[in-house]
Design a protein around this ligand. Structure first.
Ligand SMILES: [Zn+2]
Ligand SMILES: [Zn+2]
Length: 274
């Protein structure tokens, strides 16, 4: 009776994350080819036909590039905002549109809230999934953040967030100056330091796990991302931190409590206070 979160892979060559309950299977982003999606789901014993729907954050190829294929191949239902659907040329018969901050109900227990984030040339959203009184945030491709995003991510039990680049590596790396400026800009991507600063604002003792995603293969490394982020949050976070790389599926994380567990926690908390 939990929500299981599994990253099928994240990075500039494709992103997709599986949310799974007893009742539904939902993808966040479909930036893989049909063959890749089928292979990655297959490793979990799931076929693409079993996916109830895919929510697309924005139209960039690494997030929405495979949505069309999924509609054609498996009649997969896609949920996105209008701009993203238009840019991707989605099939209207298999597409439902959402507006930012309108809660999307999927099945009886799962709901997902799209929250706008700044990312140049797109109408990008972060997703906050709620299940049995707990919340999981999936946030990617943003050059900066808003107070609204902080409010919605605050004290989430699970947070997946991009840690795209190390500032020094980007500076001294091979990219042309204009591209470096775009990545660093307000509508670009978050550096390890920025991700750490954001997490320091939103993490509480309720936050049990963090997954750092969408690491640049040229301008970052898992060790740099993890150590830089931990430096910022060591006072507020004592859960697990993991890295999602380009090739998944990675290990799964869980949120959501059964009624019994909730009562048990209440009792435990109460006895602690006494
Ligand atoms: Zn993007
Ligand atoms: Zn991306």
């Amino acid at each position: 009776m939990t929500l299981r979160i599994t990253h099928l892979g994240t990075g500039s060559r494709g992103n997709s994350t599986l949310l799974e309950t007893d009742e539904v299977k939902v993808l966040i982003d479909q930036g893989f080819s049909g063959a890749q999606l089928e292979k990655r789901l297959g490793l979990l014993g799931i076929s693409p036909e079993e996916i109830d729907c895919a929510l697309i954050s924005h139209h960039h190829g690494d997030h929405g590039g495979g949505a069309n294929i999924a509609q054609r191949k498996w009649k997969m239902q896609i949920l996105s905002n209008e701009r993203t659907a238009l840019e991707l040329g989605l099939d209207p018969k298999l597409t439902s549109y959402f507006d930012s901050l309108d809660l999307i109900k999927i099945g009886e227990e799962l709901s997902v809230l799209p929250v706008p984030v700044p990312h140049s040339g797109s109408d990008n959203v972060a997703f906050i999934a709620s299940y049995k009184g707990e919340r999981a945030a999936v946030i990617t491709d943003l050059g900066s953040w808003t107070d609204e995003l902080v409010r919605h991510v605050y004290a989430c039990e699970h947070i997946s967030i991009e840690a795209n680049y190390d500032e020094k590596r980007l500076d001294s790396g091979p990219y042309p100056y204009s591209l470096k400026e775009r990545i660093r800009g307000r509508g670009g991507h978050l550096s390890n330091n920025q991700t750490g600063q954001f997490l320091a604002e939103v993490c509480t003792k309720a936050t049990r796990n963090i997954v750092l995603t969408h690491l640049s293969e040229k301008n970052n490394s898992p060790h740099l991302a993890e150590s830089t982020v931990l430096y910022h949050i060591s006072d507020v976070f004592d859960g697990d931190i993991h890295i999602s790389l380009q090739d998944g599926p990675e290990m799964s994380h869980y949120i959501g409590k059964t009624e019994m567990e909730t009562n048990h926690t209440k009792t435990k908390n109460h006895s602690k206070i006494v």
